[in-house]
Each structure stands twice: as C-alpha cells, then as structure tokens.
Design a protein around this ligand. Structure first.
Ligand SMILES: Nc1ncnc2c1ncn2[C@@H]1O[C@H](COP(=O)(O)OP(=O)(O)OP(=O)(O)O)[C@@H](O)[C@H]1O
Ligand SMILES: [Mg+2]
Length: 493
C-alpha cells in the first residue's frame, strides 16, 4: 500500500487487489527515515477513477462480444493491465501519531509518498499502543481479521451506553452477552425486558443452568412484583400519579391529605385508601378524579396490602450476594401499567441508592421510549447516574433517543442501518466523524457491529458478535412456522 494523498484528517491509500482490507480495519503508515508512525482507519474503498481505464474497459467489452479473436500477449501486459483495473483506493481517517509507545491525537504530519510503508495493524497491536482501562474482560466477538475482541467491564461502569441498529440485527443478543458477563463479575443488573427474551439468560441451550443460573430473578409487575403503599412512600406515589396518571393539582393535594391521614392512623393500605376517598369531605369532581386513579391502581395489581407477598428491592439484593440480574418482564402489560411499573421501580431504586441501601446497578432498557417519560431521560443521564444507575439503552429507532442523550453517551454499539435519516441522527450527535459512521454502518452485515466510545478509547472497532450457548427466548411467533423449519432442515443437511 502507498500513500497518494492527504487532506485534513484524511489519507488516501493505493492498494493492490490482493491487499484485502475491509472497512473499519487499521493501517500503520511508517516512515523509517523520518521515524514517524501514523495510524489510520479505512472507512471507504473504491476503484481507481481514471477516464483511460474506463475507455479500456469499454473497448475490451465491445471487442469481446463482437468478434472471435486470438490473443497474443508475449510480454503479459494484460496481467498488469488487469492489476491496474482492480487496484483500490482506500479512504482512511487519521486516528493519531505514535509517540514512543503511545498514540496521540494529531494529524499534522504529511507522510512521504516515496519513503513511507503502509501495513495492516491488528487490533491487539492497536490497543497495545493505547491501553484500555480495566481487566475484567468481556469477550464479545471477533474482528474482520479473525482476532478475538473483548471490552472491559470497567469501561461500562458509571457510563451511559447505547446499543442501536436495524430490526433483527443482534442488539438484544449483544446486550445479553454483556449482562451475563457483568453478573459473572458480581455486578447487579436490572433489565426492562419488553419481549420476554432475557428469561433464558441463566440457562444453556441444553436446558441446564449456566454459571449465572442461580443469580437470575424474573419478576412480572402485578404478579410477582407488587409493592405495599408504605414501601413506595408518598414521594414515589406522587411521582406516579403526576407522571403516569396525570392527576390534576387540586386532586393531588387532597390525595396527599388522605395519605397523611391514613399514615397518622397507621392504616396505610389499599383497602383503606378506597374507603377514605369515598368518605373524604371534598368536591365531587376531585373525588371522581381520585377514584378513577384509585381504580387504575387497583386494576394494575401493582399494590398489595400483604408485606409477605410484596417485593423489597433491598431484600432481593441482599439475597443475591455475589451479583445478579433482576429481569422485569414488561411484555404482557398494558402500556399504562408498564409506565406505572417503571416509574415506581426507578423512583424506589434511586431512593435506595441515595441512602446507600443497595449497590450501584446497571440498567438495561429495551425500547425505553415506550415506557420512559420524557423528563426521565435527562434524569437518567445526570442525577440517576450520579447516584449509581448506569444505563444501557437498546433501540431500533435511533430517533426515539434525543440528541442530547447521544451526546452524553460514553459508548455506542451500532449495528447495521440502511436508512439515511437514522444514520444522520446517530452521526450528528456522536463524537466520531460522521463519514466513518455512515459509511461503515451501512455496510455492516447482520450480527456485526461498530463500537465507539470509551470501551475502545475512541478508536472505532468493527466486530462480528459471537454466538452464545445461552437459551434464546422471545423469538417472534410466526404463522408459517413450517416454512422456516423446512428451510432450517435443508440448510443443516
Ligand atoms: N452473534 C450472534 N450469533 C448467533 N445468533 C445471533 C447473533 N446475534 C443475533 N443472533 C440471533 O438472531 C436473532 C435476532 O437477534 P436479536 O433478537 O438480538 O436482534 P435485535 O436486533 O434485538 O432484534 P429486534 O430489533 O427485533 O429487537 C435472535 O434469534 C438471536 O439469537
Ligand atoms: Mg431486540
């Protein structure tokens, strides 16, 4: 490979047809005389764009198709001409200059066209020049050149992550891989599971429990996840009434009075709440408003008067001694109950974290725009993160996440996107240049992903996510299942 041009933070390299480099791979440009080394990353490739080459190609195609002829080429000029036709231009972004054993962000060096040599740089060589923090390895896949690639759990700690990509590209699969490894390392994870697909995380495909089998707790709001009023507390209840049940201000004031009255009597229970609303002396409209909210609460089955049958997160966490994952199954819930559950869970978790009653948690939220209220997004990336809720959003609708959230994201895992609007949304807000994101994300095959951010020291890496032995649940129920089965059988034979 040879340098042929440099402009701004881009370098253009000329490569022979047999020098196979795919988008996302790294190249070391080295000048032994000047003793300078530069690292660049391929983000696009094309053929030589010469009019003479085009003329040749057209002429030859016409001749081939118009008459039979005998070729006489004793000097084998054709071989060279074919080579030229297949030569590639690799468009690369400069990622830095190597200083001693370190990589520094700098693109001011103009490499010589004559004395520099360009060679492929493996990912392990790249990260030996720029050390990544941490030692808790999460192996997630292989690079294009076949190297095993890992990220470190420490780079996810205290961070905001986004996993995004087109439908069915493997986002949840990657999320499950990361969750299971975090739990193995003793972390505490809460998953908002929208498609009932995380339940198999503790099992192998052969039906036997795996290494985290005894660290998985699945809870369904209204069935195995219920709270006493006392546990939720007045502030949690106000949050829920305001943000998910849209209670008017006057009614909320009466509700607070009723709550305080029941609390002073030591009879804060759902059954007493209904009676108290009925007997409370207040405006009829306010009573109606309170009653309708009370009935919604009652029919959600989220509240229980039985302390034994209700959940306390601090008890759950103390049972999971060396880490664990709490899967909140949101799939079968009505949208409103889903929102109520998330509101109650998050406000209680933050309440407990503020008082150091539970350890920091990693929160994995699938398609969060379906249940997270608008004001929570900013809260999650600022206040909640400060108290110890480290969120990973997983979505196939990148525009459902606001630009300001992308800008604060520390790590981005991008799977294939073909839609330009989606790509524009991500590239606009990411710290990595938009050329790299747009060009690479468009060409990623399913199960391959581009990683940006702290986990890779801001050096974008393209990998194919590895398969797991985990039991996969949550596959879409299809009507014509026999067709899929037949195809699978044919593929296996
Ligand atoms: N790296 C992989 N190796 C093996 N199987 C995979 C891999 N990635 C994904 N799959 C399988 O492909 C299917 C789709 O993956 P997954 O559910 O993770 O996609 P998704 O992007 O989350 O889809 P959706 O947008 O519908 O949520 C699943 O059956 C999953 O098990
Ligand atoms: Mg998914």
């Amino acid at each position: 490979m040879r340098v042929i041009e440099k402009s701004g933070n881009e370098v253009l390299l000329l490569a022979l047809p047999n020098e196979k480099l795919s988008r996302g791979e790294y190249i070391l440009i080295e000048d032994r005389i000047q003793r300078t080394r530069m690292i660049v990353q391929v983000y696009d490739e094309s053929y030589l764009d010469w009019p003479e080459l085009m003329n040749d190609l057209v002429r030859e195609e016409i001749l081939n198709n118009s008459a039979q002829r005998i070729e006489h080429d004793p000097l084998e000029i054709k071989t060279i001409s074919y080579l030229i036709r297949d030569m590639k231009l690799l468009r690369c972004k400069i990622r830095g200059i190597v200083n001693g054993d370190n990589l520094t962000l700098n693109d001011s060096w103009l490499p010589s066209r004559v004395t520099t040599k360009a060679t492929r740089l493996s990912i392990s060589e790249l990260f030996s020049l720029t050390k990544r923090e941490g030692y808790r390895i999460i192996s997630i896949g292989i690079t294009n050149s076949g190297e095993v690639f890992h990220i470190n759990a420490e780079a996810l700690d205290g961070r905001l992550n986004i996993i995004t990509g087109k439908k069915g590209t493997g986002k949840s699969h990657l999320a499950k891989l990361i969750v299971s490894k975090l739990v193995e390392y003793g972390a505490y994870v809460i998953v908002f599971d929208l498609n009932d697909e995380y339940g198999g995380i503790g099992w192998n495909k052969d039906g036997k429990p795996n290494s985290i089998g005894d660290k998985v707790v699945s809870l369904t709001p209204g069935v195995s996840l219920r709270f006493t009023l006392d546990y939720i507390g007045l502030s949690g209840m106000i949050n829920m009434l305001q943000h998910t049940l849209d209670i008017p201000g006057a009614s909320l004031r009466e509700f607070i009075r009723i709550w305080e009255f029941l609390e002073s009597q030591g009879s804060l229970k759902m059954s007493n709440l209904g009676d108290a609303i009925q007997k409370w002396r207040c405006n009829e409209l306010i009573r109606d408003a309170l009653f309708s909210r009370y009935h919604t609460m009652l029919s959600s089955y989220l509240f229980s008067d039985d302390p034994e049958g209700s959940t306390k997160f601090e008890d759950l966490f103390s049972k999971l001694k060396k880490g664990g994952v709490i899967i909140i199954s949101l799939s079968r819930l009505q949208p409103q109950v889903r929102k109520m559950s998330v509101e109650l869970i998050l406000s209680k978790i933050v309440h407990l974290l503020e008082r150091n009653r539970i350890p920091p948690i990693f929160l994995f939220a699938e398609e969060a725009h379906l249940y997270l209220r608008d004001t929570y997004w900013d809260d999650i990336v600022t206040r909640m993160r400060h108290f110890g809720v480290f969120t990973t959003f997983i979505t196939n609708q990148p525009d459902a996440i606001k630009d300001c959230i992308y800008r604060q994201a520390d790590n981005l895992f991008i799977f294939n996107f073909t839609n330009d609007v989606d790509l524009e949304t991500i590239s606009r807000a990411s710290t990595t240049d938009s050329d790299t994101i747009k060009s690479i994300a468009k060409t990623l095959p399913p199960r391959a992903c581009m990683i940006l951010g702290k986990v890779v020291n801001d050096l974008p890496v393209v990998i194919t996510v590895k398969p797991t032995d985990m039991l996969t649940l949550g596959e879409t129920s299809l009507f014509f299942k026999d067709y899929i089965k037949d195809n699978l059988r044919k593929a296996c034979n």
